[in-house]
Design a binder for this molecule. Structure first.
Ligand SMILES: O=C[C@H](O)COP(=O)(O)O
Length: 248
């Protein structure tokens, strides 16, 4: 039985003061639902969010992590540093990190393995560009991201993974994939997971859709059979909008 999971990804928005304001408002709106909710915030906001959400079901997530335990990696953050402040989830391989920070399927795989060896659950992002979609290569691209990102990860670990399907052409553009397009790719992801791990394991993996999810289209997306949740960018920045998505 998969518990639906809706996570906000704040990207590089919100100072600590902004985060505290959001969290207090969101906590007052959040009445507890059957949906798991989380906010993936900038590193500098995480400790404050952990403190405010303590004792609630609202989880917190980071947006990136380094795969090494420690070392001379200026500007990086380790898994233990995140664990120490009570982080529950961590996004890995978001298309913006692939595009602007040279994240590759190889580094995604290293980060996935390091996180799966910790208490933090990874949210691994996959998705094709518009050129790939137009060239009929969307499914090949996503399959290759899954195969490489999940290389050498066994079924026992794989059940803790969240996969977020985020078509790059739908991120921040207002151009959402239709429920049918998103549902079709998420079904393909489930079938790929069946090939890699067998039905029992694949059945337990949460698959989210991300890309211009808003209160107005959340129900259409969430009602697709193989979509278990959403990774929400822009619309997670306002407590009321994010709550409306969770209450779809
Ligand atoms: O991680 C979230 C996605 O990049 C979607 O962002 P968006 O909802 O602003 O399109």
């Amino acid at each position: 039985m998969r518990i639906p999971f809706i996570a906000g990804n704040w990207k590089m928005f919100k100072t600590k003061a902004d985060a505290v304001k959001f969290a207090e408002e969101f906590k007052s709106l959040y009445k507890g639902t059957d949906i798991q909710a989380a906010i993936c915030a900038p590193f500098t906001d995480l400790e404050a969010l952990a403190e405010i959400f303590k004792g609630t079901d609202i989880k917190i997530g980071a947006q990136n992590v380094h795969f090494a335990d420690e070392g001379a990696y200026t500007g990086e953050i380790s898994v233990s540093m995140l664990e120490e402040i009570g982080v529950d989830f961590c996004i890995v391989g978001h298309s913006e990190r692939r595009q602007y920070f040279a994240e590759t399927d190889g580094t995604v795989n290293l980060k996935m393995k390091r996180l799966l060896d910790s208490s933090i659950r990874p949210i691994m992002c996959v998705g094709e560009s518009l050129e790939e979609r137009d060239a009929g290569k969307a499914f090949d691209r996503v399959r290759s991201q899954l195969e490489q990102g999940l290389a050498d990860i066994d079924a026992e670990a794989a059940v803790r993974i969240v996969i977020a399907y985020e078509p790059i052409w739908a991120i921040g553009t207002g151009r959402t994939a239709t429920g049918e397009q998103a549902g079709q790719m998420c079904e393909f992801i489930r079938n790929t997971l069946i090939d890699l791990y067998g039905e029992d394991t694949a059945d337990q993996v949460i698959i989210q859709y991300g890309g211009s999810v808003k209160p107005a289209n959340a129900a259409e997306i969430m009602n697709m059979a193989e979509i278990d949740g959403a990774l929400v960018g822009g619309a997670s920045l306002k407590a009321k909008d994010f709550m409306e998505i969770i209450d779809f």
